[in-house]
Design a protein around this ligand. Structure first.
Ligand SMILES: [Zn+2]
Length: 415
């Protein structure tokens, strides 16, 4: 719905009408530029709407003929739109016009489903995973029985690990939806390679066990980060939209602005998530190395371009791989056919732009820019990148499961 507010700019004192899109929210920060002096006026919305400007009563005579602007923190909107403009009058109509009826309905249904699952499915899954991390088997089992129809109670450590990660996979998959996802295919390729690697040599399993035993911190950090993403789901979920927009329609979105004022929150999620995802990439290269060359440490003679990984940086063991930069790790993974998608989900060029000390959300243009990347990207594209990092984290969490299950105290180390 749209609510109308008669506002007086606290700077130039221009009076104007703001048509503000409203949706149920746990808390949203937004901004609206003054139509005369372009001062960004900040506001927030939860149960009530607060705007840092004087609100005038609707009957005032000075309201005749004042400018009208449209602001929507939930749907990309056209700022100049007034009630009479054919495009952009209602932000959702703008989306229908750009996407077409069918795609719009698919998008809307995927988005509503994801928001519902973030609100309703995540809390019990989080509880289950917390009991798993605490090692509280009794409460874990009680919670798991409420969530799933278990054929039998998990009685061993590795069974609890499997169930905990399965619940995590179900929740994160539903929050991502199925359109434009890349992680699922990448994970199934990993699963195939991992199985083949174990078949080829016990050395692979030994490395996965040893590393799995020291991965308890990584596991906790991954879960904590996924939880932070879902707690803040409302702030980045519109990144989903980019997955429904094909190339020729991308230009239309350059004109629209998503008036959210949450850059610091979302860029924090993005950067921390990016770092963590890169810490998990060893799982993939280890499987690849064993399948191709019989040892998880053997990188052979297959390396990314010298400009990315100089000859003297080429790793000869997984331990040395751990010491590479994020860009170098991503390059090793993305050179494997079928895993190119990791270079898309974890776009290092964008990571440098977003993580740069001067990166900020320019409220005049609605773009995220930095000294390094003055053209930057739209805020919507920035949310798309954040969405990609969430997908990478969710996918790599499932790869970590194989290592954590293998490291369970239920199994001895292979001879
Ligand atoms: Zn003003």
């Amino acid at each position: 719905m749209i609510s109308r507010h008669h506002l007086k700019c606290p700077g130039c004192e221009q009076v104007f009408v703001a048509r503000l899109g409203v949706e149920p929210t746990r808390g949203t920060r937004f901004y609206l530029p003054c139509p005369l002096c372009r001062l960004p006026i900040h506001g927030s919305m939860s149960n009530q709407i607060t705007i840092d400007a004087e609100m005038l009563s609707g009957q005032d005579a000075e309201l005749d003929g004042v400018p009208v602007v449209t602001i929507n923190p939930f749907v990309p909107s056209l700022y100049e739109a007034d009630s009479f403009a054919p495009t952009g009058a209602f932000p959702t109509m703008t989306l229908v016009q750009i996407l077409g009826d069918d795609t719009f309905l698919e998008f809307k249904s995927a988005r509503d489903q994801a928001l519902d699952d973030g609100r309703d499915l995540w809390p019990p899954v989080r509880m289950l995973f917390q009991y798993y991390l605490q090692g509280n088997a009794e409460m874990f089992t009680r919670t798991a029985k409420k969530l799933f129809e278990l054929k039998q109670e998990p009685s061993t450590s590795h069974q609890r690990t499997s169930i905990a990660y399965q619940a995590l996979a179900i929740a994160t998959t539903r929050i991502m939806g199925s359109t434009g996802t890349r992680g699922r295919q990448a994970f199934s390729l990993f699963a195939t390679k991992h199985t083949a690697a174990i078949d080829r040599t016990m050395e692979h399993l030994r490395v996965f066990r040893e590393r799995g035993q020291t991965s308890a911190d990584l596991e906790r950090d991954l879960f904590t980060e996924l939880d932070r993403f879902v707690q803040q789901h409302e702030s980045w979920e519109m990144g989903l939209l980019g997955r429904f927009v094909d190339e020729e329609k991308k230009a239309a979105f350059e004109e629209l602005v998503l008036f959210r004022d949450e850059f610091s929150t979302v860029s924090g999620l993005y950067q921390q998530g990016f770092e963590l995802a890169c810490k998990c990439l060893w799982l993939l290269v280890a499987a690849q190395n064993t399948v191709e060359r019989g040892s998880p440490d053997d990188f052979g003679d297959v390396h990314p371009e010298i400009t990315i990984v100089p000859v003297n940086k080429r790793p000869t063991t997984l331990k040395k791989f751990d010491g590479l930069s994020n860009a170098q790790k991503i390059a090793y993974v993305a050179q494997v056919p079928g895993w190119e998608s990791f270079a898309v989900l974890l776009n290092n060029r964008r990571r440098n732009a977003i993580g740069h000390a001067t990166a900020h959300h320019d409220l005049q243009t609605g773009r995220v820019v930095s000294d390094k990347d003055p053209a930057g990207m739209t805020y919507l594209e920035f949310l798309g990148e954040t969405f990609g990092v969430f997908e990478a984290l969710s996918t790599l969490a499932q790869a970590l499961r194989t290592s954590r299950v293998a490291a369970s105290p239920d199994f001895g180390l292979p001879e």
